[in-house]
Design a binder for this molecule. Structure first.
Ligand code: GSH
Length: 337
């Protein structure tokens, strides 16, 4: 009898884990098109994406602006419900376990900055508007697209170089709020199968401590402070570019991939209630006006607002309410810069 109990309690779960792990192999994937991989598909363009993920939003806005229709495959991340990104079926699409993945005629393209360039190159005249041919304009667009990208296995290290890499740190408050709606059992799946254990560990910790506990987590606050200081510098540079280029867009008269890359950054800052801190009360007027122009575009409504999930809407409201109710929390998050 006791042997049977030991078998049930130890051997069966271990065997399940080993079998499952053998089916959920992960590996880093280089950016760009992978013609050697063919995925099941029914449409010319398909997109695996998540409603909340910044890189996914960038792809949705880009495809909308380019007028490219696509088949949508929503994939949950832990913040929006579960670790579907480390499920067997999604790892077959991207063994790196991250979204977005753009699929063109069955072949995946990885890394969102490569994906938007790839889509623009295959979208005819409209693509050439978003990604200009002329050297100087193209270099400008590439620079501002790169600054807005999230790059590297640990993006939190590159906050000085990239506004995109400041985003994870500045998103911590809403991560903490959204994780409250997700059951702990889902976090266990991440600890077992996620290729980067640090991610489920940090999010699990945020769930445990909650938004109000965030200021008591020194490593998280160091990241948040660093990201906030560096984002301020990136936004100053953006304001200067809008001034010098004459606007209304980063490359002047023309709306380009640079603007596609920045609308999602500014949108994330708004979601996490950083708007007033960075460009409220007369601060950075060029950025404030630019944000108004970006959010007036139909692509913003269709590709971002319309796709917001319930957990994100709850998270947005919870961050605002917590800061309003607790001035010490607001001061801790926003600091003096
Ligand atoms: N550099 C990659 C970043 C991809 C990435 O980290 N995606 C996030 C969402 S924005 C993700 O899938 N996270 C899932 C997880 O880490 O569990 C890109 O630009 O595509």
């Amino acid at each position: 009898m006791s042997t049977l109990i030991i078998l049930l309690v130890l051997v069966v779960p271990t065997a399940w884990f080993l079998v499952e792990r053998s089916h959920r192999k992960t590996s880093a994937m280089a950016g760009g098109l992978h013609e050697d991989i063919t995925l099941p598909h029914t449409a010319e363009w398909e997109l695996y994406h998540n409603s909340f993920s910044l890189c996914s939003k960038k792809l949705r806005v880009c495809l909308d602006e380019l007028g490219l229709e696509y088949t949508s495959h929503p994939i949950d991340l832990i913040e929006t419900g579960s670790y579907e990104n480390v499920s067997r079926h999604f790892l077959a699409v991207n063994p790196a376990g991250v979204v977005p993945v753009l699929v063109h005629r069955g072949h995946p393209v990885y890394e969102s900055h490569d994906e938007i360039v790839y889509a623009a190159r295959h979208a005819g005249e409209r693509g050439r508007e978003l990604l200009p041919d002329e050297d100087a304009a193209r270099a400008l667009v590439e620079h501002w697209t790169d600054v807005a990208s999230i790059v590297g296995a640990d993006p939190t290290r590159g906050t000085e170089q990239r506004a995109g890499n400041c985003v994870p740190g500045l998103t911590l408050p809403i991560f903490a709020a959204m994780c409250q709606y997700i059951s702990f059992t889902h976090f266990v799946e991440g600890l077992l199968f996620h290729p980067q254990k640090k991610r489920p560990l940090i999010l699990g910790l945020l769930k445990l401590r909650g938004l109000r506990g965030l200021p008591k987590l020194p490593p998280a606050m160091e990241l948040l402070d660093r990201s906030r200081r560096n984002m301020a510098r990136h936004l100053d540079a953006l304001g200067e570019q809008l001034d010098e280029g004459g606007g209304p867009w980063i490359a002047g008269e023309r709306f380009t991939l640079a603007d596609v890359s920045w609308v999602v950054i500014l949108d994330r800052l708004v979601e996490v209630d950083w708007e007033e801190h960075f460009w409220g009360n007369g601060k950075r007027p060029q950025v404030a006006a630019y944000w108004e122009r970006l959010r007036a575009r139909p692509s913003y409504e269709r590709a971002i607002l319309h796709v917001r999930c319930a957990t994100l809407k709850n998270g947005i409201a919870d961050v605002k309410a917590a800061k309003r109710a607790d001035p010490a929390l607001k001061a801790a998050l926003e600091g003096s810069t």
